[in-house]
Design a protein. Structure first.
Lengths: 254, 476
């Protein structure tokens, strides 16, 4: 088996797909993996691929023009997933796409397509969680900052959601895990920024900036529950504990 | 009754007025899609967004508060009734706007749910509420979701303004019969409630027609396949189209907003009086058909006042009954059932052991089993374990060939429920006696654990934490 590997960077992933495709080993004999991966096997041959803007662009163009912009957006969408096999699934989606056309995305009889659907659904749920449960803190400058720790790399999906919600505010969402942030200046489009350690340290402090509204929200949150109906099992299933870390109403007062 | 207005902080008021509003069940922010716009704060999403879940497991989507808990009325079941000696508070319009905006920017909420006790009279109260909403929409430029409670008996113009400023408007029916209402809410009148509800229904219809929509609210599209759906009979609005109320001289029309585009809803209290489930679901159906309600909510009664006409303090909240009624409400809205098919005068209450759909199926065994490969939408939807999505999948799969049990399983059909009621190509999944008692026992067994969790959630929790508290592990 020939294994093509790359880092979790979108451009690198598309380049990896290009290189694997062009390798000529035959689709059955290759596999694409994201780094870092589990174990090397002595029976397989590994090729590391670096990002190459021109090659990545070729893949984008091919999918957009020969299939459809929708097909392309689906590939981009699942690339956000943390699942280990995401890259290989992107490759297989294209393979079925170029064989059967756009309808390939619905051919769930193929395991890889069923897997794409499952990943897509999970990412959708995760985005939804962070759309609901991200909490902003107001910092001194008057901007609003939220910290999240998602499993997937989903900042780019959250951007348009919050831009529509708060078009005329300065705000920023920081992904503490992937060390990236989206920044939205008032009345402009948001942009993505990769943070270095020092910047990350600085923005981390913003989470400790609580004000009277944080306190009032906590009181409201406590008050609104009806004692006679208390139901922690139900609360936990709707609001899983792993998503609570940055949610003010669950944070202990420091 | 006292209020020390000057010394009370915003925090104190929020605590009092949030607490006073919590027995209203509706907290959804659904029913309308609206994009954000530059210079404004907020948008709205038709599916609704839950931002938090309180300790009782209920979703928090809106800042649900009363404008004031002062009230000149004396409804027996209500904590804010005039005869109770409790702390009272009143928000100023700016305070409400400020809280809404600041909570919204922090992503705590989707919007505001504003209700109120009656200060002075319904007119004055409604006027103050409109003033608050107007301020929020104009000065504070809030474009998110607003649900406003209309005060029955307030002048039509004010209710009209409220509906223009809000996305959803509701009037609580609270009790399904005139007798119960006059017994428990002596200051309220059935005529006022229905009068104001009817005005809202007609105004929504008029606005919808003015923008080229059907006069009635959109319903789940499964209903178009169901001949027996409660929504296929068009009542009331068609009769009253002649005298629709669309005044042009009200200032709020300049805002160019649609009147309550997320529709109208209402709520009924369960368990404070002795109406049967049949009374409740019949009333529910009536409200959907005649008043085009978008939702009817049920609120299990929480005893708060010591009063001879009410259940004693400490009486458990009828959570399981409330759950069954919500299930029945779904059957009316998504499954093409009519209230009088589910219950009757002779058999007026749901069986707490099993859900209303299974209950119906077991009492109609003569109509089963049905053949998956030929049955119509209506018939498939009545099979326990098959929902609207399942029906769509079955019908679309049938086009390509015959459907088998393994395929049903893949489609997510709950076979452990459905297997008693269906055949695939003439065969049942297993050898099953089609016998009422047997099937009832089987299905009740499936639900037992869940029922317990619903009726006594805290017991369940104590049990779980007992194990962890004592470091014991639970064997699976
Ligand atoms: S009108 Fe009745 S239900 Fe409403 S606040 Fe006053 S007493 Fe309570």
């Amino acid at each position: 088996m020939h294994i093509f590997t790359c880092t979790r960077n979108y451009e690198a992933m598309l380049t990896c797909i290009y290189v694997a495709w062009a390798s000529g080993f035959g689709h059955k004999n290759i596999k694409l993996e994201l780094e870092p991966f589990g174990q090397y096997s002595i029976f397989d041959e590994y090729t590391h691929v670096d990002a190459d803007t021109a090659l990545a662009q070729k893949v984008m163009d091919a999918v957009n023009m020969k299939l459809s912009p929708y097909f392309y957006s689906e590939i981009a969408y699942i690339s956000m997933g943390y699942e280990e096999d995401v890259l290989d699934i992107m490759y297989r989606m294209m393979l079925y796409g170029f064989t059967y056309g756009n309808k390939a995305l619905n051919m769930v009889q193929f395991d890889e397509i069923a897997r794409y659907k499952a990943i897509r659904k999970r990412i959708g749920n995760e985005i939804c969680r962070f759309k609901e449960f991200s909490r902003f803190h107001r910092i001194e400058s008057g901007a609003y900052v939220a910290h999240i720790e998602p499993k997937s790399n989903l900042l780019l999906a959250l951007g348009p959601i919050f831009q529509d919600r708060m078009p005329s505010e300065n705000w920023m969402i920081v992904d503490d895990v992937h060390k990236e942030a989206i920044i939205h200046p008032i009345n402009q489009n948001f942009y993505l920024r990769i943070l270095n350690d020092e910047e990350l340290e600085n923005v981390l402090a913003s989470e400790r900036e609580n004000d009277e509204y944080t306190d009032m929200w906590k009181v409201f949150f406590e008050t609104i529950a009806i004692k006679e109906r208390e139901n922690p099992t139900c609360q936990n299933s709707h609001f899983p504990k792993w998503t609570r870390k940055h949610v003010v109403e669950f944070m202990k007062d420091s | 009754m006292y209020e020390i207005q000057n010394e009370m902080s915003l925090m104190d008021k929020l605590e009092i007025l949030g607490d006073a509003a919590k027995y209203d069940v509706a907290c959804t922010s659904s029913g309308v899609d609206r994009r954000g716009k530059e210079g404004f704060l907020g948008n709205s999403c038709a599916a609704g967004v839950c931002h938090a879940f309180a300790a009782d497991g209920r979703c928090i989507s809106l800042l649900k508060i009363l404008m004031t808990n002062h009230c000149v009325f004396d409804c027996k079941y209500c904590r804010n009734r005039s005869s109770n000696d409790i702390k009272r508070a009143t928000f100023t319009p700016d305070e409400i706007c400020d809280l809404t905006i600041e909570f919204y920017k922090r992503n705590y909420i989707e919007g505001l749910f504003l209700s109120s006790g009656v200060i002075n009279n319904p007119e004055y109260t409604m006027e103050k509420m409109c003033e608050t909403l107007r301020l929020l929409r104009t000065k504070y430029k809030f474009n998110g979701y607003i649900h406003v409670k209309a005060i029955p008996g307030a002048p039509q113009e004010l209710i009209y303004s409220a509906g223009l400023l809000a996305d959803r408007i509701s009037i609580n029916m609270e009790l399904p019969t005139k007798e119960s209402l006059s017994k428990l809410a002596p200051n309220k009148s059935f005529n006022n409630i229905f009068g104001s509800m009817g005005q809202i229904t007609d105004t929504i219809a008029a606005h919808r027609m003015a923008i080229g929509k059907d006069s009635r609210m959109e319903r789940s599209d499964i209903n178009q396949y169901l001949d027996n759906s409660i929504f296929s009979e068009k009542k009331r609005i068609e009769d009253s189209k002649k005298d629709l109320f669309l005044p042009a001289d009200i200032n709020d029309t300049k805002l160019k907003r649609n009147f309550a585009s997320a529709g109208q809803s209402t709520q009924m209290i369960i368990g404070a009086t002795n109406e049967s489930d049949y009374d409740l679901i019949r009333t529910t159906q009536y409200l959907y058909q005649h008043y085009d309600m978008k939702r009817v909510f049920y609120s299990g009664y929480v005893p708060l006042n010591d009063d001879p006409v009410l259940p004693e303090i400490g009486t458990p909240v009828p959570l399981l009954r409330e759950h069954r009624l919500y299930q029945a409400d779904w059957l009316l809205r998504y499954y093409g059932f009519q209230a009088n098919e589910l219950l009757s005068e002779k058999n007026p209450n749901f069986d707490e052991r099993i859900d209303p759909k299974c209950f119906w199926a077991i009492s109609h065994l003569e109509q089963f089993p049905v053949e998956i490969n030929t049955a119509s939408h209506d018939v498939l939807l009545r099979v326990p374990g098959i929902g609207p999505l399942g029906v769509k999948k079955i019908v679309s799969a049938r086009r390509y060939g015959s459907v088998t049990f393994p395929m049903l399983k893949k489609m997510g059909i709950v076979l452990k429920r459905a297997k008693y009621f269906i055949t695939c190509n003439g065969r049942m999944m297993e050898r099953i006696p089609i016998e009422e008692k047997f099937i009832l026992g089987q299905l009740a067994g499936l639900e037992e654990k869940k029922n317990k969790e619903i009726q006594k959630p805290e017991d369940n929790y104590h049990q779980m934490s007992l194990f962890t508290d004592f470091g014991m592990s639970v064997q699976a």
